[in-house]
Ligand binder design. Structure first.
Ligand code: ADP
Ligand code: AMP
Length: 214
């Protein structure tokens, strides 16, 4: 969890690779859906382009359905879900007491100026989803992914106005989810200000530490 631009996608790619488990990223799933020529795609585009959350019923059905696939049986990394209390409750109701119950709820923290600076230079691979930044983590060849050679793109919800709006939506709709997990004593916080590798190390220490203890 964490505000837009804090580094969730970057770190979830690394965690998923380290544990050889799939990433379930609701934002990526919506970016796939919005490419289609369907009424659903048109609806999703409207919400995303305004920086608003897609309604809970649709989001919950999409993510829970994905999590029931066989490839998540031995673990998964969730990125960008749950973002509302209704989503968090639905996730718990669906999987608590099963092998798919979540082990860690990690909040990435960084100051507002840091996340705004990160959002401004973000570029994403259209093929494999690798995340770059024009100032902190540029690709070797401009516009091209180091991992797979795919073309890099800038998200359509990356204008300064929509970025600010998305940060406000996070405050209004996702801060209550942080409180939801805090009350349950499940919230873990990680400082996302250091460089990417240092943040990954903190995350791996937490997740590996608890896995060793089991
Ligand atoms: P989120 O998924 O939380 O919206 P991303 O993972 O897409 O955030 O990261 C936002 C931008 O910040 C990207 O351009 C990414 O390369 C950059 N970034 C992520 N983590 C760091 C970091 N620790 N230091 C510097 N830049 C980072
Ligand atoms: P992200 O890539 O995680 O920043 O998500 C991009 C956009 O997809 C968000 O601004 C929302 O419009 C939508 N979205 C992603 N995840 C969710 C979610 N869990 N609930 C509602 N909308 C979401």
């Amino acid at each position: 969890m964490g505000p837009p631009g804090v580094g969730k996608g970057t770190q979830s790619n690394r965690l998923a690779a380290a544990f050889a488990v799939p990433i379930v990223a609701s934002g990526d799933m919506f970016r796939e859906i919005r490419k289609q020529d369907t009424p659903l795609a048109a609806e999703v585009r409207q919400y995303m382009d305004r920086g608003e959350y897609v309604p809970d019923d649709l989001t919950i059905a999409m993510v829970l359905d994905r999590l029931r696939a066989p490839d998540t049986e031995n673990g998964y990394v969730l990125d960008g879900f749950p973002r509302t209390v209704a989503q968090a409750e639905a996730l718990d109701a669906a999987f608590d007491g099963t092998s798919r119950a979540i082990d860690h709820v990690i909040l990435l923290k960084a100051p507002l100026e840091t996340v705004l600076a990160r959002l401004t230079g973000r570029r994403i691979c259209s093929n494999c989803g690798a995340v770059y930044n024009l100032s902190s983590n540029p690709p070797e060849v401009e516009g091209q992914c180091d991992v797979c050679g795919g073309a890099l793109f800038q998200r359509t919800d990356e204008t300064p106005q929509v970025q600010r709006y998305r940060l406000g939506v996070f405050d209004r709709q996702t801060k209550p989810v942080i409180a939801y997990y805090k009350v349950k004593g499940r919230l873990e916080m990680v400082d996302a200000t250091p460089p990417v590798d240092a943040v990954t190390e903190q995350l791996l220490n937490r997740v590996r530490g608890s896995a060793d203890a089991k």
